[in-house]
Design a protein around this ligand. Structure first.
Ligand SMILES: Cc1cc2nc3c(=O)[nH]c(=O)nc-3n(C[C@H](O)[C@H](O)[C@H](O)COP(=O)(O)O)c2cc1C
Length: 179
């Protein structure tokens, strides 16, 4: 698929077909997403595919906005995009490389999330990035070690409807050229 088409036509999908997503397909999406750039090539993004009973439990940890619970229930698989802490934006001795601390870790997770969503879309899958969920409960459910955190949940699956794109700001509002 052409890159511009993939970027402009990818939409957040909030309702999915019940069809399972094969491990082979998930692996190929993550393999493509692994080409996302990262701080000093630190590659701190990790992907945990949650299905079945664990996913049903995950749906409960959306007390911050119940709408996300329904999305998680609808999706056959929820990809928990996680980050290894204190590597991206940090020196080998653990000291921060910039004044921005763990900012670059989150930056890398954002790039990884978009790479994952675009790779999924190119392979016929819908995704939506979720930021509204109960972080501590989800980290506990995923049994994350101390050095990892959940960056976002990304329900993933085949979809029936492909919504229209929400209106974008005009380029005049987005771009400033200075010299
Ligand atoms: C960091 C981030 C957090 C988001 N959190 C949620 C969320 O909790 N629930 C939800 O339904 N959509 C969430 N979204 C999806 C946005 O609402 C969506 O990307 C936006 O409305 C634009 O629509 P589009 O992705 O179809 O272009 C999130 C997106 C991002 C990037």
């Amino acid at each position: 698929m052409d890159a511009v088409k993939c970027i402009t036509e990818r939409r957040s999908i909030r309702s999915f077909k019940p069809d399972a997503v094969s491990e082979e397909l998930l692996r190929s999406v993550v393999e493509t997403a692994s080409y996302a750039p990262s701080w000093k090539h630190s590659q701190t993004a990790r992907y945990i595919a949650v299905t079945g009973e664990k996913k049903a439990e995950l749906a409960k940890y959306t007390t911050i906005w119940a709408g996300n619970g329904a999305i998680i229930e609808s999706a056959p698989v929820v990809m928990a995009l996680c980050s290894i802490k204190s590597r991206s934006g940090y020196e080998r001795d653990g000291s921060p490389s910039t004044v921005r601390g763990d900012y670059w870790q989150h930056f890398d997770a954002g790039i990884a999330a978009e790479a994952y969503c675009l790779a999924a879309y190119e392979k016929g899958l819908g995704t939506v990035i979720l930021g509204l969920f109960d972080y501590d409960d989800v980290a506990k459910l995923l049994a994350l070690p101390e050095n990892m955190e959940v960056a976002a949940l990304i329900p993933t699956g085949f979809y029936e409807e492909h919504p229209a794109a929400p209106k974008r700001k005009d380029v005049n509002d987005l771009l400033t050229i200075i010299s």
